[in-house]
Ligand binder design. Structure first.
Ligand SMILES: [Zn+2]
Length: 185
């Protein structure tokens, strides 16, 4: 089953997954590598720059999105993560544009990191409006926490793939077994 999200939400999912927490490989580790990634994904113009403050803001935003994806499992809202997202929104310029099909869409107008984060915010807004956002989730395997799109019928997917599901179930089984083997008092 595909774990990719529909349309632009896939860009947001890829942004959250720029860091692989299990291997600690981070494609956005420095302002320069973040800049390259944002340009490659059409969120930043090639001539635009990323400074240290913008880099830190982007990484905070990335982790806030991950926490929102975690909260989506229980259909709740992580208020602290929402505040982080709101803080990013302070520097964002978002405008409504009418497309050739006559449909109104939210678009970002800013430049630099703020413009890039505004584009991601527009994607988040659109996903909440079209109903795809609750399916944006983060793997329940604590050592993984990879963002995936839950395509399961009843929206009950917990893991990014069967490997993580098996790993978590095996850990739970070992815990139960060692608890069962503990000598009685
Ligand atoms: Zn996983």
């Amino acid at each position: 089953m595909s774990r990719e999200a529909p349309r632009d939400l896939e860009t947001l999912r890829a942004f959250v997954n720029t860091v692989e927490l299990d291997s600690r490989r981070d494609t956005a580790r420095t302002p320069e590598t973040l800049r390259v990634w944002l340009v490659e994904h059409g969120l930043l113009e090639p001539g635009e720059t990323v400074d240290g403050a913008g880099h830190r803001r982007a990484l905070r935003f990335r982790e806030a999105l991950r926490r929102l994806g975690e909260a989506n499992h229980d259909r709740r809202v992580d208020l602290a993560a929402s505040e982080e997202v709101d803080a990013v929104g302070q520097g964002a310029t978002l405008v409504v544009r009418l497309g050739e099909d006559g449909a109104a869409r939210l678009a970002a107008a800013g430049r630099g990191v703020d413009g890039a984060l505004a584009r991601l915010l527009a994607i988040l807004y659109t996903a909440t409006a079209d109903g795809t956002w609750p399916r944006f989730k983060v793997c329940r395997n604590d050592t993984c926490r990879w963002a995936f799109y839950d395509r399961s019928k009843n929206q009950s997917g917990l893991f990014c793939g069967t490997a993580c599901g098996n790993a978590v179930h095996a850990r739970a089984y070992r815990r139960r077994r060692s608890a069962g083997q503990r000598p009685a008092d």
